[in-house]
Design a protein around this ligand. Structure first.
Ligand code: SAH
Length: 252
């Protein structure tokens, strides 16, 4: 059996209870070495075989999974954040399906939520934005044309941009070709929830120079939108005049 597990954004106590238990029981752990805190591996049994997938190909990973499976052993494939975002899990699952090897998935706290927490931010502010767009800039991995950053940025919704900290000149240009301006609020969150976390509030026009000044090229999320600075309107949910399924309001 293979368990895909989300490790959480960084801090070792942000893995789920289920994920931690699976790590403790695993006979083999294959972890995404570049972004998973090695301290999580302290949970492993002494006899657990541990592999860092940063130096492995898909074929190498599958070979280890197949070998462990043949011995009746349990493997945890530990991915950073939540495995469903830029985790390259579907290609592993398709190969496991072809080999008749079963698997399941334990979700994790994505870095996008680690970053919001670091900024005390709420992506979905009433009157500001009720939508969060998770995306990336096209780089060595292409992005479908209909999802070009400038097209998504045309909505002016809250945005979280992954995998793009090394492309900030382009990110700025694309955001300004959408609904944002140089003065729109932005933030760079480097290594959210890790001890070396940095939160840098800036504007769309100063993203590149802010990252350059701080020496940030990777492991950062770019957040953009008025949610970063707007004063909140009152929500309906906790308004005494508003009736919900659980509470009668005075409906005045
Ligand atoms: N599955 C992961 C994303 C993996 S893609 C998740 O759910 O978070 C790798 C990208 O995620 C990085 O380039 C960076 O943009 C972002 N990222 C991952 N961990 C991060 C962290 N702790 N702080 C800020 N960004 C992070």
């Amino acid at each position: 059996m293979i368990h895909f597990v989300g490790a959480g954004p960084g801090a070792e106590d942000l893995i789920t209870l289920r994920g931690a238990k699976l790590l403790e029981e695993a006979d083999c752990i294959i972890y995404a070495g570049s972004l998973v805190d090695p301290n999580l591996l302290k949970r492993a049994k002494a006899a657990c075989d541990i592999y860092n997938s940063a130096t492995m190909t898909l074929e190498d990973v599958l070979a280890v999974m197949e070998e462990k499976e043949a011995e009746g052993l349990t493997t945890v494939r530990l991915h950073t954040g939540d495995p469903s975002l830029y985790g390259a899990i579907r290609e592993q699952m398709a190969a496991l399906d072809a080999r008749g090897i079963s698997y399941d998935v334990t979700p994790g706290v994505s870095s996008v939520f680690g970053a919001a927490a670091a900024l005390d931010a709420e992506f979905t502010l009433p009157g500001v934005s009720q939508t969060l767009i998770l995306t990336r800039m096209a780089g060595r991995t292409p992005v479908p044309e209909r999802e070009e950053l400038r097209k998504l940025a045309a909505h002016g919704a809250s945005m979280a941009i992954f995998l793009s900290a090394g492309l900030l000149e382009e990110v700025q240009r694309e955001l300004c070709a959408g609904a944002f301006t140089e003065d729109s609020p932005a933030a760079i969150v480097y290594k959210a929830t890790w001890p070396e976390e940095k939160t840098l509030r800036c504007t769309v026009g100063t993203l590149a120079e802010t990252a350059e000044r701080e020496g940030i090229r990777n492991t950062a999320l770019i957040l953009v939108g008025d949610f970063l600075t707007a004063l909140p309107e009152r929500s309906k949910l906790y308004d005494p005049h508003f009736t919900t399924a659980f509470r009668k309001g005075d409906d005045t």
